[in-house]
Design a protein around this ligand. Structure first.
Ligand SMILES: [Zn+2]
Length: 152
């Protein structure tokens, strides 16, 4: 029971770490550069610190089969221009634009991940609390892997 919960915790903190790194890279790209994909009039990507997407400006005049990807870095010395708050705009003509500032998901994932890594250092019972070596059946009272004295 205990070790099952422990295992789930371990998975969670690794998933959290991978997601955090992924989001931090996306936030970095969106802040100091851009990566925008345009596909059949739809535009979406990383821009101004956000993940954003919008519908074609004119739904009746969509260029089929058109796709461009634009990636770049902000020129040196230009001031940061960020959108800090989420926005969802819907116009009457069925056009929409959605903007999600990446600091929000980054914070939501990063904070619990840091807490998990900071608090979940303990190894399961019957394992060495220093190195995690399985001490089931150990009678010497000393971990054979790292030499830590085992309290029983
Ligand atoms: Zn050990």
């Amino acid at each position: 029971m205990l070790s099952y919960r422990h295992g789930r915790h371990r998975n969670l903190r690794w998933i959290g770490l991978v997601c955090s790194l992924f989001l931090l890279v996306a936030l970095f790209v969106a802040t100091f550069g851009w990566a925008v994909l345009q596909h059949e009039g739809y535009v979406g990507g990383l821009f101004r610190g956000c993940l954003s997407a919008k519908s074609p400006p004119d739904p009746n005049n969509i260029q089929r089969e058109s796709r461009t990807l634009s990636i770049g870095w902000r020129p040196r010395g230009t001031p940061l221009s960020m959108n800090w708050w989420p926005r969802f705009v819907l116009t009457g003509k069925g056009m929409w634009k959605i903007t999600l500032p990446l600091w929000i998901p980054t914070l939501v994932v990063l904070v619990p991940t840091v807490v998990l890594w900071a608090t979940d250092r303990r190894h399961p019972p019957d394992h060495c609390q220093t190195c995690g070596y399985n001490l089931t059946g150990n009678e010497s009272g000393v971990c054979p892997e790292c030499g830590t004295r085992v309290s029983r």
